[in-house]
Design a protein around this ligand. Structure first.
Ligand code: AMP
Length: 215
């Protein structure tokens, strides 16, 4: 099964992608994670992406398209995938279509997460993550056992550089302008499925199962 997750920052794409990957054995591909990792390591890709990410703006299409095109040629793509944070623009969606058709693959569904703005702000402002293993927490909804430290490896949790109120506003603006039009693009292809992204992570996962007919 090959899936795309669409939704504004804080919609829960990453959390649900991890669950879907664990439950169904799908590869979880997050372009945001790939770019943050490259930035941390200071690779040429990371050095190019970091200033844009810090402004809440998108990395150029050809850069992210290249990452996904390469990944699709690798062995993990064969087990099925959930794309989290890609595509984010129409040219990215078109590049993906081409790359999939070259690889003889197709999309099964595009899940679009609908979440009220107040919930998005709450989720993002309380989000903390482990720089070592990538585990994600929320200071109120999903706190670690020891405040400020990862349950899995004891590393000090951090707030993402782009999770501040001002940057979230810009990321939302970019989402509405560049990414939201993808709903119509995939809607016309009969692939779009709306997911009510409110409530507990378990409840939202049940809703995903339901819309995918895997209840
Ligand atoms: P995310 O973790 O998905 O919220 O992504 C964090 C940041 O990485 C975004 O605000 C962008 O700067 C960059 N990014 C991630 N995915 C893409 C993409 N598909 N196209 C362009 N920029 C991206």
């Amino acid at each position: 099964m090959n899936l795309i997750l669409l939704g504004p920052p804080g919609a829960g794409k990453g959390t649900q992608a991890k669950r879907m990957s664990a439950e169904w054995g799908l590869a979880h591909v997050s372009t945001g994670d790939i770019l943050r990792d490259a930035a941390k390591k200071g690779t040429p890709l990371g050095l190019k992406a970091k200033p844009l990410m810090d402004l809440g703006q998108l990395v150029p299409d050809e850069v992210v398209n290249g990452i996904i095109e390469e990944w699709l040629k690798g062995p993990d793509a064969q087990k099925g995938f959930v794309l989290d944070g890609f595509p984010r623009t129409l040219p990215q969606a078109e590049a993906l279509e081409k790359a999939l058709s070259t690889a003889g693959m197709k999309l099964d569904a595009v899940l679009s997460f609908d979440v009220p703005e107040g919930t998005l702000v709450e989720r993002i402002s309380g989000r903390r993550s482990c720089p070592k293993c990538g585990s994600v927490y929320h200071v109120v909804e999903h706190p670690p056992a020891r405040s400020g430290f990862c349950d899995k490896d004891g590393e000090a949790l951090i707030q993402r550089d782009d999770d501040t109120a001002e940057k979230v506003k810009e990321r939302n603006r970019v989402y509405e302008q560049k990414t939201a039009p993808l709903k119509a693009f995939y809607g016309e292809k009969g692939l779009l499925k709306a997911v009510a992204g409110v409530g507990t992570p378990e409840g939202i996962f049940a809703e995903i199962r339901r819309v995918l007919g895997k209840a």
